[in-house]
Design a protein around this ligand. Structure first.
Ligand code: NDP
Length: 424
């Protein structure tokens, strides 16, 4: 494609897919199910969950040209929310021109826990466990030998006393998998030895979604000139974006919405790559509260001397490229092909970069034109569809609706009826 995506948004879905195939970005075997709208077969869906009736489809889109650690990604987004893809495309383009994202995968291990209770002397119990650390790690590995063969396995264990509990934690290198079932299997193999060593009882043994051993940071530096052509306005925007980031640290009401904007991008890629978005959300929101109050996950700082805006986002990103339902959905296989079959660490780094890009677009809109200006047209389009407009009727209806100050479904229906009368 040589980075030339001009006009991509104006094409039909079939034309976009054709372009991806012709440019070698999507192999034939992954392209075919998308082109034929054969994504998740019902018989597969029926194996994945219980009481299945049908499958539910969502828009599957592409955001071109995310430059992360020097590599350019064409990123699949699955989202039903209008303007998310457009905003991400806008941000990806600006950030690419400013040099792209740089990321840091701090670690890639998953933590599980066994909650022990009815322990007489917690210090003594913890000591007994720590004396057997090597044996316990080996025992965990024996419970899931295939991950050891793949280069992973149990890496560390520690204990903490909290309320009535002595909690045992295990950290495991799960390689390309998210690791929930791996951790659960390993932990269950340790409950009996731990009960014996501590004299207590095990309440539960389960993976923790607070994946603090899977933290990933994405950073970007944006030149002021990409914020606005007007030098003074660009500087003002950078200052306001820094303030917006401060506001999300100070007020949980704003922080929740700030983070939701980040997840508009993150969830779209997590979904497109077949990952467990509940796990990612739970871990990130817990991380956002790590200092005792819920805060914004990203930080933006303006450097007026260098005329640069610095963005940073850190959160747990325990995504996988193997296991769970990842191999089962042909659309997910297409996503991984589009991304060049990334390893789990690379995918995590890309997803956090997407979150930062989405946050940039949202904050920039909020402190400048406001969010509604960009949303109006998309909202009008959504209402036009709900009012029953056919494809050829949508442009006229949307332009009439946006010309009306306050529009809703009833207005859309009225205008559509008028347009149809005029065209009779
Ligand atoms: P799986 O149980 O599917 O285990 C991973 C699978 O991937 C294994 O079969 C493994 O094969 C295979 N695999 C192939 N190549 C690799 C590789 N290079 N590295 C690692 N594994 C590889 O998935 P997880 O244990 O990751 O669990 C994730 C699932 O658990 C998700 O669907 C999640 O929704 C669900 N879950 C989540 C919970 C939570 O978040 N609290 C709780 C319970 C379930 P092999 O066996 O040969 O090693």
């Amino acid at each position: 494609m040589n980075g030339n995506w001009t006009g991509f948004s104006k094409k039909s879905p079939a034309e976009r897919l054709q372009l991806l195939k012709e440019s070698g970005l999507l192999q034939q075997e992954y392209w075919q199910p998308l082109a034929e709208q054969r994504t998740l077969p019902l018989e597969t869906a029926n194996q994945m969950s219980e009481n299945v009736l049908a499958t539910l489809a969502l828009p599957y889109s592409l955001v071109p040209d995310f430059l992360v650690d020097g590599r350019c990604y064409q990123v699949p987004f699955v989202t039903e929310e209008p303007s998310v893809v457009a905003a991400a495309s806008f941000a990806a383009k600006i950030i690419k021109r400013s040099g792209g994202f740089e990321t840091e995968v701090h670690k890639r291990q998953m933590i599980g826990q066994i909650a022990l209770y009815q322990i007489e002397d917690a210090d003594l119990a913890a000591q007994s466990v720590l004396q057997k650390k090597a044996d316990l790690l080996a025992r965990a590995d024996q419970a899931y030998p295939s991950i050891v063969a793949r280069g992973g396995g149990a890496r560390d264990l520690w204990l903490e006393q909290k309320d009535d509990f002595l909690i045992f934690y295990l950290s495991v290198d799960t390689q390309e998998a998210m690791g929930a079932n791996m951790l659960n299997t390993m932990l269950e193999s340790l409950t009996l030895p731990l009960e014996e060593l501590t004299g207590g009882k095990s309440l539960m043994a389960i993976l923790s979604n607070y994946a603090t051993d899977s933290l990933v940071t994405a950073r970007c530096v944006i030149d002021y000139r990409f914020l606005s052509r007007d030098r003074a306005e660009a500087a003002l925007l950078a200052d306001k974006m820094q303030l917006a980031s401060k506001l999300a640290q100070a007020d949980p009401y704003r922080a929740a919405t700030h983070n939701k904007g980040i997840f508009n991008g993150i969830d779209a890629v997590v979904l497109a790559t077949g990952n467990d978005w509940r796990a990612v959300e739970a871990g990130a929101h817990a991380y956002a509260s790590r200092e005792g109050s819920y805060r914004g996950l990203s930080a933006w700082t303006a450097d007026p001397d260098k005329r640069q805006l610095h963005g940073q986002l850190t959160l747990p990103m325990p995504v996988a490229t193997k296991g769970g339902s990842i191999g089962l959905n042909p659309a997910v296989a297409a996503s991984l092909d589009l991304l060049g079959q990334p390893r789990a660490k690379e995918l995590a780094a890309l997803i956090v970069s997407v979150g930062l890009a989405q946050n940039f677009a949202a904050i920039k809109a909020l402190v400048s034109t406001g969010i509604q200006a960009g949303h109006m047209k998309l909202q009008a389009k959504s209402l036009a569809l709900q009012a029953g407009a056919k494809e050829e009727e949508i442009p006229a209806l949307v332009s009439h609706l946006t010309a009306t100050k306050n529009f809703n479904l009833a207005t859309a229906q009225e205008i559509l009826a008028d347009l149809r009368k005029q065209n009779q």
